[in-house]
Design a protein around this ligand. Structure first.
Ligand code: ADP
Ligand code: MG
Length: 360
């Protein structure tokens, strides 16, 4: 196995998978580097689990050009001979075994002797802060603790790639946030390549080195968390990443990645182009987050006249809707902010916060 960090640990090229008439994966390719935390993000049914099952060998794809783990072609190897392990949302633990026996199980079936297997298992339990509960029954653990056992059981075999299918999905919000941090720390300390599935953009942005956004069996966009958050390159990506305002107009000029969009009433707004190949005359959409819109724009910002339509008090902030020459805009005004109580006559934002992509 290569130790070169730039070398991909996981290579999937052009996988297609059909379940009968349903195309679950449509020419999907992805790479994960050694030690990388890669997240596959997408709504239910987008093909995430199918992708993991193809990588792990639980599903034989309809076709794939290349499937390698650690440089080795695994396309024709059974799941048991691929150097990867999957952690599922349903923990799939053995209820009649103790915690440490559950973790040691995978080592024993790999023919490690019992004493060494139990010692390794205790070390893995220490990594997930569970060594004190090693001798308990599974039924004596909370949901969060069971998920930790499942993690310890997965990492104890030292896979090259750990696949995680919505592992925190069954936990409540508070515990999920704590576990996100723990998982990240575990991944950094082990240096194992993680391929993590989630439908939660917040989870993806918190944990990942890189995010792959999927929709309907295809990869829509991939990049660092900030690329996806601040530079969505399509209407789908902007919507999925939570952009409240998406306005349609025509691109009338561009210079580098700066563009000018004209709206039906003649209003023009400057923004930043995120998709390649857009020429003046193209139908485009301009997207901006509610919280990036100010009600007292500075001279350096892009500004527009505005009239209040509605205000909804939400505790920590107020959601405001205004009408402008470019259309209705949603704003979020945080309580305690300088512009909180002012009457709204103008709104504005920094040009880089308004992103422009093809209208589709
Ligand atoms: P996700 O994990 O993103 O929710 P899946 O990979 O589970 O998505 O599913 C992708 C698509 O394939 C969906 O349309 C789903 O209904 C379909 N699908 C998944 N598993 C099967 C199966 N065993 N038989 C038939 N269709 C399936
Ligand atoms: Mg799934």
């Amino acid at each position: 196995m290569s130790t070169d960090a730039a070398e991909p640990m996981l290579e999937v090229e052009d996988v297609v998978h059909n379940y009968g008439m349903v195309q679950a994966l449509s020419h999907v390719s992805l790479l994960a580097a050694k030690g990388e935390f890669l997240t596959i993000l997408g709504s239910s049914g987008s093909g995430k689990t199918t992708m993991l099952r193809v990588i792990s060998g639980l599903e034989r794809p309809s076709s794939v050009r290349r499937l390698r783990i650690g440089g080795e072609d695994v396309a024709h190897l059974p799941a048991s001979r691929r150097n990867c392990t999957t952690v599922f949302q349903s923990y799939a633990l053995f209820p009649h075994m103790s915690v440490v026996e559950n973790v040691a199980y995978g080592l024993k079936i790999r023919r490690m002797n019992t004493r060494d297997a139990l010692a390794e298992a205790r070390r893995a339990l220490a990594m997930v802060q569970l060594e004190a509960k090693a001798d308990r029954r599974i039924s004596q653990l909370s949901g969060g603790e069971r998920q930790r056992v499942a993690l310890a059981r997965a990492v104890v075999t030292q896979p090259s790639v750990l696949l995680l299918d919505e592992p925190l999905g069954a936990l409540d919000e508070r515990l999920r946030q704590d576990m996100q941090i723990e998982l990240m720390e575990l991944q950094r300390s082990l240096g194992i390549t993680f391929v993590y599935i989630t439908h939660s953009q917040e989870e993806a942005l918190t944990m990942s080195d890189r995010v792959v956004l999927m929709s309907q069996g295809k990869i829509v966009q991939s990049g660092g968390p900030l690329d996806l958050f601040d530079r969505p390159a399509s209407r789908f990506a902007a919507g999925f990443m939570g952009y409240e305002n998406i306005l349609e107009g025509e691109l009338i000029g561009r210079e580098g990645d700066a563009g000018i969009v004209e709206f039906p009433g003649g209003v023009r707004i400057r923004g930043t182009l995120t998709s390649a190949g857009l020429a003046p005359g193209a139908k485009v959409a301009l997207a901006i987050r509610a919280e990036r819109i100010a009600t007292a724009p500075t001279g350096a910002q892009e500004g527009l006249g505005a009239r209040l339509i509605s205000r909804v008090y939400r505790g920590k902030y107020t959601d405001v809707t205004v009408s402008t020459g470019a259309g209705a805009l949603r704003l979020r005004i945080w309580h305690g902010a300088a512009d909180e109580t002012e009457e709204i006559q103008r709104v504005g934002w920094n040009t880089r916060d308004a992103v422009i992509f093809a209208a589709e």
